[in-house]
Design a protein around this ligand. Sequence first.
Ligand SMILES: Cc1ncc(COP(=O)(O)O)c(C=O)c1O
Length: 383
Amino acid sequence: MLYFDHNATTPLDERVLEAMAPYLGAFYGNPSSLYRMGRICRGAIDTAREQVAALVGAHPSEVVFTSGGTEANNLALKGLAFAREPGLIVAGATEHPSVSEPLEFLKARGWRIATIPVGRDGLADVAFIESLPAGEIRFATLMLANNETGVIQDIAPIAGWFRELGIVFHCDAVQAAGKIAIDFKASGVHMMSLSGHKIYGPKGVGALILDKAVMLEPLLHGGGQEQGLRGGTENVAAIVGFGKAAELALSELEERRARLLGLRERLEAGLKTIPGAVVFAEGSERLPNTVQFGIAGYDGEALVMNLDRQGIAVSSGSACASGAGEPSPVLVAMGVEPEVAKSAVRVSFGKSNTETEVDRFLDVLKKLVGISTSESRGVMPII
Ligand SMILES: Cc1ncc(COP(=O)(O)O)c(C=O)c1O
């Protein structure tokens, strides 16, 4: 199988598995226990906290481990809301459901949401943000990199604007972490969400990076773990794996970025030879591994299913939205016509993909849309 869906999830790095193994076996202690085995497990969590903090330029004490990006986003948004009187929340138009759905939940409880529009380039409209009644804003959230298009927002000036006004600013960096350099301190962001399984770590673990000055209500009470912000006995092995994955992502960041960008450029050059193919937000700064494209007249879901028959795994949008049959809300927010948005296919490369695999993908895709190539015999066209 050719796996090109790394924005959905990544395989576990062997080195991560190796680091986790002792905590799935011999070291089964509760990190809150005072005896030696407990202390060993606590020490392993402390190391992981340092590794995750280093990946994003934060202090280890600013790392709150969670069960993943979804919980980190929920903790940030509901945790802020539960500690404040209802008012206005400012949010991006292309947020992941783990941000947009908690906001809908809050909306039903008296909060108002101002959605920052995006252009066809996928970038937030800064003038809109500056036109908002600052005194009414309780907090704001904007993702760093979009899971579908890969578009990277220019976060620092926006975070700086909110910080100057004393407004807490949260950023979902789940897709950006490990793919581009992140400096939490320098960015001016107050809270940042991360996830283990997007960076070759295990599923079911993530973190909220939290500026200590921010008041937050926990979602899970009990036990006092994670500075009282996330009660529950820690998933030591997963946290250790996340830490190791973060360490590797940091040390290999530039090497991975350069390789992924090479694959992205190769794919985009190939797509240019397919009539009617467009890369969404092509001119914007995007993640080095992500290409979301459409081919006029073709249905994205059908292309995904036909590619699957040829052993190629891609997505027609975010994993959560696939199968829904609706055009991607991200593309619709960008002003892409629904019928064009329905043709969307997302390719997201990972560190072990190769140029040969990209070429194979292009050959199969061309055959599926009726363009014959020398190497793609045996692939049945869709129409
Ligand atoms: C931008 C973004 N935020 C949050 C999440 C949720 O992360 P998790 O799967 O760890 O809950 C995802 C996962 O697809 C994502 O792409």
